[in-house]
Ligand binder design. Structure first.
Ligand code: FEO
Length: 386
């Protein structure tokens, strides 16, 4: 029970595999893990807790890791309920345990735990503050907006280990073995995507440390190839594409718009492009957001609906705005059977994103794509790739 991360640090996190959505919005086909750890030294520290559905399994793992001792500290890196839900339970079980967190986190406690009968056992720490456990010294680093304002990370000197909070986390239970990049990208872009500058600030702090192990709040503990993971975080947080290529995202009512979008995808592929097509009415929106961060270009195709933009595309472009996508080249295909409006709205929404270059021509089809539309779709492909 409880995997050893190092001789003195044990994983006591829990997989939740029957959960359908994270934050009640992001699909979790392979569950998620809530990570918690125990550091055994002259003093004992527990880092974070788990969500309510996993309480009993977490407490059993904690009990086993403690081997009859009592924890001295509960280090709280993040107050979102997937990690904080069992704070009150833990503080009531261990009456001498102190809670260590940022002042902002401590100020949030009463929002989640109205009674807050452990207020006198809370220790607020600032950026750079340290706490000795005996052999080990913990150094706390604030990491605001990754992904809430109260977040902090902790560096453990002896183990050269960074507790990174939500950073470097991913969707997927630990029992599901997949490639880190894909579900970490979907997690990052949707959960933290808006806060690239804050991630850059945190990466600069991390760069000053000797880190051998990254222990996040979700997903696997990272023990090798750290440059790869940090490199991806650097790209995502600077809105730099991972690959040259085009995401063709479309929403279609009766298939006419889809045919035009797929015609554009074919035209791009004929020109040697790396293309991903995405049906916004059928596929997961959070993956569409992730792909928009991954690739360097974006083409959108949608019909006019109620004299406006078809809702699935409106939702996608709204997501791109709130997740902060920028620095992409974009093309537009609109459909309108009698009074096309969707292209104008898509252009306006794209142009609210910083450093987006919307290329010409905007293609207009009426109801269905016709052979006469192929030339303008080819011209849009040429512009996207120029
Ligand atoms: Fe995993 Fe922002 O909580």
């Amino acid at each position: 029970m409880g995997d050893k991360i190092t001789d003195n640090i044990t994983y006591i996190g829990v997989d939740e595999t029957d959960i359908e959505v994270f934050e009640n919005q992001y699909p979790l086909p392979h569950g998620v893990s809530y990570n918690s750890y125990v550091i055994i030294d002259e003093k004992i520290a527990v880092t974070d807790t788990v969500d309510t559905q996993c309480t009993d399994r977490w407490l059993a793992l904690l009990d086993h890791a403690l081997k009859g001792r009592k924890p001295d500290y509960l280090i709280v890196h993040h107050m979102e309920p997937d990690h904080s839900a069992n704070i009150e339970r833990a503080m009531s079980l261990f009456k001498d345990m102190k809670l260590v967190a940022s002042a902002k986190a401590i100020s949030m406690l009463s929002q989640f735990f109205e009674k807050l009968d452990f207020a006198d056992r809370c220790i607020a720490v600032k950026d750079g503050d340290t706490l000795s456990l005996g052999q080990r010294t913990l150094t706390f680093m604030t990491a605001p907006m990754i992904h809430w304002p109260e977040v902090m990370m902790t560096y453990v000197d002896v183990d050269r280990l960074l507790f990174s909070a939500d950073a470097f986390g991913k969707f997927g239970a630990l029992s599901y073995d997949d490639k880190w990049d894909n579900e970490a990208r979907r997690y990052y872009t949707n959960i933290v995507g808006k806060y690239g500058p804050q991630v850059q600030a945190a990466l600069k702090k991390v760069a000053k440390l000797d880190v051998d192990i990254i222990a996040p709040l979700h997903g696997p503990v990272l023990t090798s190839n750290l440059d790869h993971y940090i490199g991806l975080y650097d790209k995502w947080s600077t809105y730099t594409p991972e690959e040259d290529g085009t995401l063709v995202a479309y929403a279609s009512i009766y298939g006419g718009t889809e045919a035009a979008a797929l015609q554009l995808a074919d035209a791009l592929r004929e020109r040697g492009d790396n293309v991903v097509t995405f049906d916004l009415c059928r596929q997961d929106m959070s993956e569409a957001v992730a792909q928009s961060f991954r690739l360097s270009r974006l083409a959108v195709a949608a019909p006019t609906y109620d004299a406006g933009l078809f809702p699935a595309m409106h939702d996608f472009l709204y997501h791109l705005r709130i997740k902060g996508l920028k620095n992409r080249k974009a093309g537009i295909i609109e459909n309108g059977s009698w009074a096309p409006m969707s292209g104008k709205i898509m252009r306006e929404m794209l142009e609210t994103l910083p450093s987006m270059e919307v290329v010409e021509p905007m293609v207009t089809i009426k109801s269905r794509m016709h052979s006469s539309d192929v030339a303008s779709i080819d011209a849009l492909a040429d512009s996207l790739l120029s």
